[in-house]
Design a protein around this ligand. Sequence first.
Ligand code: ZN
Length: 458
Amino acid sequence: MKKLFGMVLLACLAANAQEPKSLPQADERYKADVLVVVAHPDDEGAATPYMARALDEHRRIAVVFGTRGSSGSNEAGAEQGAALGAVREVEARNALTTMGITNVWFLSGKDTATQNVLQSLANWDHGETLEQLVRLVRLTRPEVILTFLPGTFIGEDHGDHQASGVLATEAFDLAGDPSAFPEQVSGPMKRLEPLLENLRPWQVKKIYYFPDADREDIFRGKGPSYSVKEISKLSNRPYWRMALDSFRAHQTQAKGYLDRIAQMDEAQIEKLATSEDGWGEDQRFVLGKSAVGGSVTADIFEGITPGAIPFARPEVAPEPSRPDLSVELDGPWSFYAEFRRAHGLPNLPHPEPPEIALQAHGIMVIPLWIRNRTPKAQEITLSATLPAGWTVDSGAGKFTVGARQTAAARIEVNLPPLAQDAAKKPEVQEVIVRAEANGRALGDVKLRVELRKRALPQ
Ligand SMILES: [Zn+2]
């Protein structure tokens, strides 16, 4: 009996001595060093000169677009709407293929012509597109994310650009959290698992932003800056030139411009592109945050070493103290104040007072929160101090706000047409909203407004 037991034991040991089966590993073909997150086809142009440099440094790059860019005009053909989006998806893939970048994905967001990030997020199905982006971060395991700066500024100020920066920041904070979208990071329960994704949580090490604003002063010194005029070791062309060549794929957005360039010789292209069209300008980034330390203006990859790092839960700043009765700007402005607090971005540049560029001869909406933390209903009087020729359309006057309630109010202002002799660079004007209760001022809300011939809707 003892002998038989010994033979069984030997058989078990023999089985254990067999070669171990290897378990499936993450697919290395999709590992990225840099993940670029933008909103529309051609937005990648905001970072292609840096991408050209990163390729020289043997970085692997992946790009995510929030939308297919189905709004707007078509300079190359008759297609519009979703058909135009289908064309632009191919244009964006072709643009990146010229640089050798093929790991390119599109979220299901919809192109939204607005400056209001909240409208873009709503039209993108915020939760759905965030889930998609977190999946792609876990799939590509980037060291660094580059994206639009989440903020609202005088500039193009596209709500979709801002939305891509909002989503990328949220994904930076969530992708490393095993409790966020846990179905993505669960092992399979079946042989051909159709639901659980078997990804791993991934903490991105740094996130950098590029701004969509006219002014540059508030971004200086907030991150690294790169010359685009150096010559690529890979292509033997300047980085700006690689970016311009890549941009040539965007026929539906810029056929007229690209046809003009196609007629030019090298010297003319260089003169136009580097002196007038901004292709020659240094590429500047703003450091959002780093989970691996390093200095603000150092190279993007400073302090980054290969391999996973632990989940870095964002440091939420405390809620600001407010008086019992207060008034403040609602809409994107109050959202971004909360966003910076929630995502540990206290140093993210933003204009103070807040600002916006609007189309002249229209309506400006000033959304407001009125907070009443007192145990009594309060009568609030709203008034606005406006530049000459601007008039309040609605929303001024007396209102009551219930005890311990926060109410949304809205002042609408008629904007005048631009004067015939309006300066080429329009002047920024200041609007002040005043709230009073019981003859006492609750504080002023200031907004700097630039009137333009054309601007995206508010
Ligand atoms: Zn865009």
